[in-house]
Design a protein around this ligand. Sequence first.
Ligand code: SAM
Length: 161
Amino acid sequence: MSRLDLFIARMVSQRACLNHAAQLTASIAGPVFELGLGNGRTYHHMCSILPPRDIHVFERAVASHPDSTPPEDRVLLGDVFDTLPQALAQFGATARLIHADLGGHNAQKNDVFARKVSPLIAPLLAPDGLMVSSDRMYFEDLEELPLPADAVPGRCFIYRR
Ligand code: SAM
């Protein structure tokens, strides 16, 4: 696959998995967490399929497109290794959906990061809550779900508590 192919596959898979996860968790009332705002493309899409005020964004430095910038009271600013434990104290195990797109261009570094951050993410999910990630995660107590038909295997992952 070319880098362009990989990029397109990631975008298509993010949209497909977020749509799928929003449907599967429709009966859960808890908050939604977006880990890694970046340009805000996935945040903007999530606002179109989920209640925008339910979405809390974790980002160390907000630099998103003006149309995709969350309200200040919905941003947990800082390193996720600090803000995820703070969120657990604030919200407990209530999250309906957690989406993570925290990685960069180095697949090996992304994998090391995923191993370190997984134990901080799992306790935030409500029973039957879903986690959608662009990187494979390392959860002891979450089940990996099949992808929707329009997602590309290996470009996105879905886990359920
Ligand atoms: N999904 C976004 C979009 O559609 O525009 C792109 C996210 S971008 C690939 C990754 C983002 O994660 C960056 O904005 C980066 O600052 C953030 N990030 C990476 N590591 C982080 C960390 N340890 N704590 C907080 N934010 C982090």
